[in-house]
Design a protein around this ligand. Structure first.
Ligand code: NDP
Length: 417
């Protein structure tokens, strides 16, 4: 067994919090799936009914999941136009990652297009959401267990800072190993961007097709939700290399939190607006639709501008696009941006992401709280994530980080938070 490295402070309330989240997250996901299709669609009420095992368990859904994971793994292993290096690890090595996520999205779309032409019943997918979500949850538990067992034979240098507390429940949840992989197949990198994210747009598309079948054509609201979320997923895959500097890849272990998040939570709860619209059609006029498009465009502009500015700067601080920005030097030799997007608030990328989250909910009208679940949950997630990141940056950069906080006092929303 690998020896334990230095202990990081426990997050999410320690083992008890981790155990509670392992029950709460799947329960919330099933609650949302059930409520979205019910008449009243009450987010805060009880679920309309409790499904029996026969409604949840379906060998066909499990097979579909394996086929989907197999297809995405095959596309991941196809030759990539670029192979990127990750951040330096504890043992001073760098891992290699294929940059072919966008190619995987396009090939998936082509294969599915051919499949639909050949009679693949994609519009049957919405009816299978419950068993598919159940299969994804089973896979997440079993996969996390295998990852936990694999981590027992990993060298200490391969462990994540936060996932080796010694408490099996907490470590199972947080993930012990930082970058579990078999040869070139890096499980965390693969799951972060492929099966769940592409699965999300696939579910959205299936809901759009079912709406077209039910009502003659997809509604404007459904088009907007599909378009905005496809842009988000396409962007994540187009700028795939940027994920290599995110907290998920550089800091968090690969355990139940990320496995469940990537494979189950993202596709089944992020598609909530489209699920809601299928069962609760909303009339949307052109002026309102244009205003919502503008909000999404503003959010995307901030999100993309901030993320690209930081990535360009981290790759090459002398790049002409960022060379004129003001910086603070830190004892580690790295610098912090203190003007441009990162001089406006300390997490401008989160601000852009939240504005887009609002634009995804607005097409669903104001009659129900349910489609705003994503905005509420995402605000909580980003506030918590921002606090985690601040703690880590304070540890990394010490006084320089304090100086940055003085120059840029607001965290996410200027003059508010
Ligand atoms: P960030 O991309 O915000 O990265 C934070 C890191 O950036 C810090 O740890 C620090 O790392 C560096 N940094 C912070 N301030 C500065 C500065 N002033 N100048 C230079 N570098 C700085 O973190 P995330 O991984 O949380 O987010 C990535 C994107 O993913 C965001 O757009 C976020 O909104 C999105 N996201 C989306 C989710 C979803 O479910 N839809 C979930 C989570 C995130 P260092 O100094 O070591 O480089």
């Amino acid at each position: 067994m690998a020896s334990q490295g230095p202990r990081a402070p426990l997050e999410f309330g320690g083992p008890l919090g981790a155990a509670a989240l392992m029950l709460l997250l799947p329960a919330t996901m099933f609650h949302l799936l059930l409520v979205a299709r019910s008449g009243p669609a009450r987010l805060l009420g009880p679920p309309p009914y409790l499904p029996g095992l026969e409604e949840l368990w379906s060998p066909r859904a499990l097979l579909l999941w394996f086929a989907w994971l197999g297809l995405q793994a095959a596309l991941y292993l196809l030759p990539a136009h670029k192979v990127a290096e990750g951040q330096e690890l504890k043992d001073k090595s760098r891992l290699q990652y294929p940059i072919n996520g966008f190619q995987a999205l396009v090939l998936t779309a082509l294969l599915l297009g051919l499949g639909v032409l050949a009679g693949l019943p994609l519009d049957a997918l919405p009816e299978m959401l419950l068993p598919l979500a159940f299969a994804a949850t089973l896979i997440a538990f079993i996969f996390s267990l295998l990852l936990y067992l694999k981590s027992q034979v990993a060298p200490a240098s391969a462990l994540a800072p936060g996932g080796n507390s010694g408490n099996p429940i907490y470590d199972f949840f947080m993930g012990r190993e930082l970058n579990p992989r078999i040869h070139f197949l890096d499980f965390k990198y693969f799951c972060e961007l492929r099966p769940g994210l592409i699965g999300w747009v696939l579910i959205n598309l299936a809901l759009l097709m079912q709406e077209a079948e039910l009502r003659g054509s997809p509604s404007l609201a459904m088009w907007l939700v599909n378009g905005f979320q496809l842009l988000y997923v396409g962007d994540a895959l187009w700028y795939e290399e940027a994920v290599l500097t995110t907290m998920d890849i550089t800091h968090d272990g690969f355990g139940f939190m990320l496995v469940f998040g990537d494979l189950a939570w993202v596709p089944f709860t992020y598609s909530l607006q489209a699920q809601f619209l299928l069962h609760h059609p909303q009339a949307l006029g052109l002026p309102m639709a244009s205003a919502i498009c503008l909000i999404n465009a503003v959010g995307y502009y901030i999100f993309r501008g901030a993320n690209s500015q930081k990535n360009t700067f981290r790759k090459n601080p002398s790049d002409p696009r960022v060379a004129d920005l003001k910086t603070i030097s830190t004892a580690t030799g790295r610098q912090l941006l203190v003007s441009g997007w990162w001089g406006m608030v300390r997490h401008p990328n989160y601000l852009g992401d939240l504005i887009m989250a609002l634009a995804w909910s607005l097409p669903c009208g104001a009659s129900h709280l349910l489609p705003y679940f994503y905005l509420l949950y995402f605000t909580a997630l980003l506030v918590h994530r921002e606090a985690r990141d601040e703690r880590q940056c304070l540890q990394k950069y010490g006084l320089a980080w304090r100086e940055y906080c003085q120059c840029v006092p607001y965290r996410i929303v200027p003059y508010i938070y």
